[in-house]
Ligand binder design. Structure first.
Ligand code: ASP
Length: 417
């Protein structure tokens, strides 16, 4: 089986859906599993519904209506006859969400989030499956929640691989074209769960793993995996081939193309991953596979903006050793800081991190009793893999380097931006 994943950007409007059908017509539909995200920015829009439900109940109706209007506009373009059954099915899904919000008694944000936000995917797959059928591309719409089983740690679940494997393997050997939702699963009580933002790639990998798929293709609005994010870097190059290991390293340093969680199941079964352009589906894109040397061998740049650099030193000139470091790490963990880089010397410890949940003031407060603390917010962390002098020069370019860390393949700079 081949697993195809189409993200929100690829189906952000009616033309995106038509294009998806064209990609399938060009590449064939035999033994293909289509995993689709919510359309465009609909996950954010559904998150706004949940936020309204908790913070401003009066705003829920309007927030849901705007999601409905967005989908209805796409329906009208794709299905000119309003008597097409898709209209009623769409309505039924909205009635379900409204019903849930009306009857729900749970005060738990994460639980409500998972029950509501996943409708983005349920809506997109309904529309896509119906459209493909209308275009003569026969397919079956699967509810992935029946197959991907998870724990009940809402918004950040772990997959129950055994149950998932059992459920999905029933689909093996089929020649049908399946259309299903990314991002979703269900717990023991059959409540909807979500795999974390950007989780649809992971869905594709889970299905691939359980079906021993021949490949996974992630269709994107870029030509493949690039050596730098075109939003921040002028000259970018397409990487034709990279290893799983390289892809995991790039993701670790902050490249957002492929999530490491997605790579792990693929790597374990050595299932090739293709990242291709849905605009030019016949272009080769990037292939990720076992032991593939990076080609072309070119420096890869990763930029993480808006980081915090914090330097701690002991108040009494004593060494910063294991017990201090473990205490510091525990605090970083407790305040949910995402650590990007550390460096220590005898009496100081520097750490660059992402203040994701805005809890920096609490952390500083906590540390100040024990250490001399200096910190700088809004710094940028540049990582260059496979660096050379030219690549380094292009980054430094007169910037104020606050910290440097160099390994054999990777160099990192914290720069005051
Ligand atoms: N729709 C979800 C999100 O936007 C999952 C995904 O697209 O990967 O995060």
């Amino acid at each position: 089986m081949r697993i195809y994943k189409f993200g929100g950007a690829s189906v952000k409007d009616a033309e995106g859906v038509r294009n998806l059908a064209r990609v399938l017509q060009a590449t064939g539909t035999d033994k293909t599993f289509l995993v689709v995200s919510a359309m465009g920015k609909m996950t954010n829009a559904m998150e706004a519904v949940v936020d309204a439900y908790f913070d401003e109940k009066d705003a829920v109706t309007a927030a849901l209506e705007s999601v409905e209007a967005f989908h209805l506009e796409i329906l009208r373009e794709l299905f000119p006859s309003e008597s097409h059954p898709v209209y009623l099915k769409l309505k039924a899904l909205f009635n379900e969400v409204r019903g849930f919000l009306a009857w729900n008694k749970s005060p738990k944000y994460a639980f409500v989030y998972d029950q509501v936000v996943g409708y983005g995917e349920l809506l997109s797959t309904l529309i896509i499956s119906e459209y493909l059928n209308q275009e003569g591309i026969a397919n079956s719409l699967l509810d992935i929640r029946r197959y991907i089983k998870t724990d009940a740690n809402y918004r950040d679940v772990s997959v129950d691989w055994k149950k998932t494997q059992e459920a999905i393997s029933g689909l093996a050997g089929s020649r049908e074209l399946y259309v299903t939702q990314g991002f979703l699963g269900s717990d023991e009580n059959n409540f909807t769960t979500t795999l974390g933002r950007e989780g649809s790639d992971y869905t594709a990998a889970i299905i691939a793993y359980c079906l021993n798929a021949e490949s996974v293709t992630i269709w994107k609005d870029v030509p493949g995996v690039l050596n730098a994010d075109p939003r921040y870097f002028k000259e970018t190059r397409l990487l034709n081939r990279i290893s799983y290991r390289e892809a995991i390293e790039l993701a670790f340093y902050g490249a957002t193309v492929i999530h490491p969680k997605t790579l792990q199941p693929l790597q374990r079964k050595e299932i090739p991953l293709h990242v291709k352009s849905f605009i030019k589906p016949s272009d080769p894109g990037t292939q990720v596979g076992k032991g593939m040397a990076i080609e072309p061998r070119t420096p890869c740049f990763i930029l993480k903006k808006d980081q915090v650099l914090m330097k701690l030193s002991s108040l009494d000139f004593s060494f910063i050793v294991e017990d201090n470091i473990s205490e510091i790490f525990k605090l970083l963990h407790d305040y949910k800081m995402k650590v990007d880089l550390i460096q220590n010397s005898a009496i100081s410890f520097s750490v660059c991190f992402d203040n994701r949940f805005g809890r920096l003031p609490e952390l500083l407060q906590h540390l100040k009793g024990k250490y001399r603390v200096k910190h700088q917010e809004g710094v940028s962390l540049y990582t260059i893999r496979h660096f050379d002098t030219r690549a380094i020069e292009s980054i430094l370019n007169g910037g104020d380097v606050l910290l440097e860390q160099r390994g054999k393949e990777t160099v990192q700079y914290v720069i005051k931006s």
